[in-house]
Design a protein around this ligand. Structure first.
Ligand code: NAP
Ligand code: MG
Length: 404
C-alpha cells in the first residue's frame, strides 16, 4: 500500500515521561507505517525546554499559528521537586499556559465514549464537550487578607483620567477581599471559538453564567455571546439546524444531568475547571478525555487531558512493562491528522484519522484494554488487560484491516 501523502506539516510537540514513551509507540505503530508523515518537530521535553530557556515552547506556539494544526504530548510543569530532579536553571512556566497566551482561545474537552463503559448518569448517551474559557476571573485575581476592621473600596482610573470608585464593604472585623477582572477582547474570542467549534462538530452550544447575581460581570459574558451570535453565527446555526442556548448555571447543571448529552457546554474559567473534572469522571476516566485548544483565528492544538503519568514512568525506568492508557494521546494524533486532511483537502488523510479512532474503539469493544479501565466495564463483558504496547499493536492489527 502506498503511504498517505501530506502537503502541509503538522506541528509536533513532543513531551515528557510516560507520555513521551507512548508518543513514540503511537508514531511507530499507528502513524509511520501508513502516512508519509510531515511534521515540524519541537521537543518540549523538560530537558530541552531548559536548554533553550523555554524558547522552544514559544517557537512551537508560533509554528502552530503559522501552520494551523498541532499535536502536543503531555509535559511536566516544573515545581520545586522537579528543579532538583532535572537540575533546572529556572522554574519554567507551564507550557500549556505559554502556548495558550500566544494562541489565545478556548479549551474543548470531550470524553471518548464506548458501549461497555456506562456513564454514571444513566441517561447520558452521547459525549458532553466542555468549552472552558482559559483567561482571567479567579485565576488572575488580586487578594487581600486583613485581620482588622476597615473600609474596602474598588477604584478604577481610566486612561482618560476618569475615576470610578465604589465601596465594597464597611468591614466590622477582619476578613478577605478579592479583585477579579476579564477583558472584552478575551470574552469575544472565547465566544467566536465556541460558535466555530459548534459548527465544526455539528453540535448545539449551551452557555451558562450567574448573571442574575453578577449583574455587570457575568452579564457582560452573556451580552458579548449574544452580540457575537447575532452578528456572525445566527444564520449559519439556523442553516445547520443547530441551537445556541443561554441559561443560568444552576439551570444548566440540572438540564445537563437530565440530558442525553451530545452538545457543547461553554463555561467561564472556574466553572469549566470544575465541571470538566465532573463530566470526565462521570463518563469514566481522565485517561479517556481528549482536549483541543481552538484559537479565535481558527488554529487547533490537540492533546490528551491527562499529565505525563509519572508513577508509571518510574516503573518503566525500572524495566517494568506498564499498562498506561494511550487512548487520549492516540486521539490527539487522529484529531490533528483529520483536521490537517480537512484543511488541506486531503480526503485520504482525513479518512485515516477517522480510521485510527474506529480501530481504537473496535479494540476496546473486543474487550482488549489497559488496566485502568478494565474495572469500569460492565461486569458481563469479557475483558483482557494488556500492556500499552500490546494494546497499540492490537489497534494496529484492526487499523490495517480497515485500510485494506
Ligand atoms: P497524571 O499524569 O494525569 O496522572 C495522575 C494519575 O492518573 C496517574 O498516576 C494514574 O493513576 C492516572 N492516569 C492518568 N493518565 C493515565 C493514563 N493515560 N493511563 C493510566 N492511568 C492514568 O497527573 P499527575 O501525576 O498529577 O502529573 C504528572 C505530571 O504531568 C506533572 O509533572 C504535571 O505537571 C504534568 N501535567 C501535564 C499536563 C499537560 O501537559 N497537559 C496536564 C496535567 C499534568 P495510577 O497511578 O493510580 O495508575
Ligand atoms: Mg481542574
Amino acid at each position: 500500500m502506498d503511504k498517505i501523502k501530506m502537503t502541509t506539516p503538522l506541528v509536533e510537540m513532543d513531551g515528557d515521561e510516560m507520555t513521551r514513551i507512548l508518543w513514540k509507540m503511537i508514531k511507530d505503530e499507528l502513524i509511520l507505517p501508513f502516512v508519509d508523515l510531515k511534521t515540524d518537530y519541537y521537543d518540549l521535553g523538560l530537558v530541552h525546554r531548559d536548554e533553550t530557556n523555554d524558547q522552544v515552547t514559544i517557537d512551537a506556539a508560533n509554528a502552530n499559528k503559522k501552520y494551523g494544526v498541532a499535536v502536543k504530548c503531555a509535559t511536566i510543569t516544573p515545581n520545586v521537586q522537579r528543579m532538583s530532579e532535572y537540575t533546572l536553571k529556572e522554574m519554567w512556566k507551564s507550557p500549556n499556559a505559554t502556548i495558550r497566551s500566544i494562541m489565545d482561545g478556548t479549551v474543548f474537552r470531550k470524553p471518548i465514549v464506548i458501549d461497555s463503559i456506562k456513564p454514571v448518569v444513566k441517561n447520558w448517551k452521547k459525549a458532553i464537550t466542555i468549552a472552558r474559557h482559559a483567561y482571567g476571573d479567579v485565576y488572575k485575581a488580586a487578594e487581600i487578607r486583613t485581620t482588622e476592621p476597615g473600609i474596602a473600596k474598588m477604584t478604577f482610573t481610566g486612561k482618560s483620567g476618569k475615576k470610578e470608585e465604589i465601596v465594597i464593604q464597611d468591614m466590622k472585623c477582619g476578613g478577605i477581599l478579592q479583585g477579579m477582572h476579564n477583558l472584552d477582547s478575551s470574552i469575544n474570542s472565547f465566544a467566536h471559538s465556541c460558535f466555530k467549534y459548534a459548527l465544526d462538530t455539528n453540535q448545539d452550544l449551551w452557555f451558562s453564567t450567574k448573571d442574575t447575581i453578577s449583574k455587570k460581570y457575568d452579564n457582560a459574558f452573556k451580552q458579548i455571546f449574544e452580540e457575537v451570535y447575532e452578528e456572525h453565527y445566527k444564520t449559519k446555526f439556523e442553516k445547520a439546524g443547530l441551537e445556541y442556548f443561554y441559561t443560568l448555571i444552576d439551570d444548566a447543571v440540572a438540564r445537563v444531568i437530565r440530558s442525553e448529552g451530545g452538545f457543547i457546554w461553554a463555561c467561564k474559567n472556574y466553572d469549566g475547571d470544575v465541571m470538566s473534572d465532573m463530566v470526565s469522571t462521570a463518563f469514566g476516566s481522565l485517561a479517556m478525555m481528549t482536549s483541543v485548544l481552538v484559537s479565535p483565528d481558527g488554529n487547533y492544538e490537540y492533546e490528551a487531558a491527562h499529565g505525563t503519568v509519572t508513577r508509571h514512568y518510574y516503573k518503566y525506568l525500572k524495566g517494568e512493562e506498564t499498562s498506561t492508557n494511550p487512548m487520549a494521546t492516540i486521539f490527539a494524533w487522529s484529531g490533528a491528522l483529520t483536521k490537517r486532511g480537512e484543511m488541506d483537502n486531503l480526503p485520504q488523510l482525513e479518512n485515516f484519522g477517522k480510521m485510527i479512532e474506529k480501530a481504537s474503539i473496535q479494540t476496546l469493544d473486543d474487550g482488549i484494554m489497559t488496566k485502568d479501565i478494565v474495572g469500569l466495564v460492565d461486569s458481563d463483558k469479557k475483558t483482557v488487560s494488556v500492556t500499552s504496547i500490546e494494546f497499540i499493536k492490537a489497534i494496529r492489527k484492526r487499523l490495517t484491516k480497515l485500510l485494506a
